[in-house]
Design a binder for this molecule. Structure first.
Ligand SMILES: Nc1ncnc2c1ncn2[C@@H]1O[C@H](COP(=O)(O)OP(=O)(O)OP(=O)(O)O)[C@@H](O)[C@H]1O
Ligand SMILES: [Mg+2]
Length: 240
């Protein structure tokens, strides 16, 4: 003789389901089983997991000096929020201004804000532009520079720090053109900091450094331009 099913066992639950199905009664999913997509606890858990993962990527791409960086300027936080909600519409954030005004700090802060927001994916390369040109010089290793350019072009978020400090040449113009043109066409979010003003008819500006073709693409790409003014925070810290 078959053993009677224990109350709550898988067999008794299957039997109960058969009886209810036969009567046309549907039992809603329990709200605390953690399996349903609609379960708010579940959504929150996934959001937290995504943000922890993105923040760990952010930390590994961020130099120790900027690991506590927080975006404080409203233009910068709104750019980050836009990037989080619609990656392809974010365009470029350009922070331009004099030395030590906090451009790099705000840029890393913006990226941290995006990571903390729990994005679906988060890939980041942060590079100083002088180092970038150094790494892209044709090397002995076949194709290494081309591979590096592709990596910088295709990454989801690129922070190009200190653009315009290297000595401009036809070669830097060509490299910057290829990089910016790719990111412009692919609508990839790019963060740029520079000591040069975007435009200055009286003196050197980003257009002089980049050349007209890059500057024209950048003009369309930049959705948020933040002029950074003020004292050099590094010197202020020393005086205090
Ligand atoms: N909002 C802030 N709160 C606290 N510290 C800040 C803030 N902004 C910048 N700093 C600190 O001030 C110093 C200068 O900032 P940062 O390096 O971002 O300036 P910068 O404009 O990028 O300078 P440069 O043009 O020389 O690259 C850094 O030590 C940074 O950590
Ligand atoms: Mg800087």
């Amino acid at each position: 003789m078959a053993e009677p099913a224990r109350v709550g066992s898988a067999r008794s639950l299957r039997a109960l389901k058969r009886i209810l199905d036969a009567k046309g009664i549907r039992v809603p999913q329990s709200s605390d089983d953690g399996a349903g997509e609609e379960n708010p606890g579940d959504r929150e858990w996934h959001h937290r997991a995504r943000s922890e993962y993105a923040l760990s990527r952010w930390r590994s791409a961020t130099p120790p000096r900027f690991r506590a960086a927080e975006a404080t300027l409203p233009e910068v936080t709104s750019w980050a929020d836009r990037a989080l909600s619609s990656n392809a519409d974010a365009g470029a954030l350009l922070l331009s201004g004099t030395t030590g005004t906090g451009k790099t700090h705000q840029a890393f802060g913006a990226l941290r804000r995006i990571a903390a927001g729990g994005p679906d994916r988060f890939e980041l390369i942060a590079v100083n532009s002088a180092d970038m040109y150094g790494a892209l010089r044709p090397s002995q290793v076949m194709g290494a520079a081309e591979r590096e350019l592709r990596r910088l072009s295709e990454v989801q978020y690129l922070l190009l720090d200190d653009l315009g400090t290297a000595k401009a040449s036809e070669w830097t113009e060509e490299i910057t053109y290829r990089l910016i043109n790719y990111r412009y066409n692919a609508c990839l979010p790019t963060l740029i900091t520079s000591n040069l003003p975007a435009r200055d008819p009286e003196g050197p500006d980003l257009t002089d450094f980049l050349g007209d073709r890059v500057a024209s693409r950048l003009a369309e790409m930049v959705t948020t331009l933040v002029p950074m003014i003020g004292d050099d925070r590094r010197r202020a810290g020393r005086a205090a």
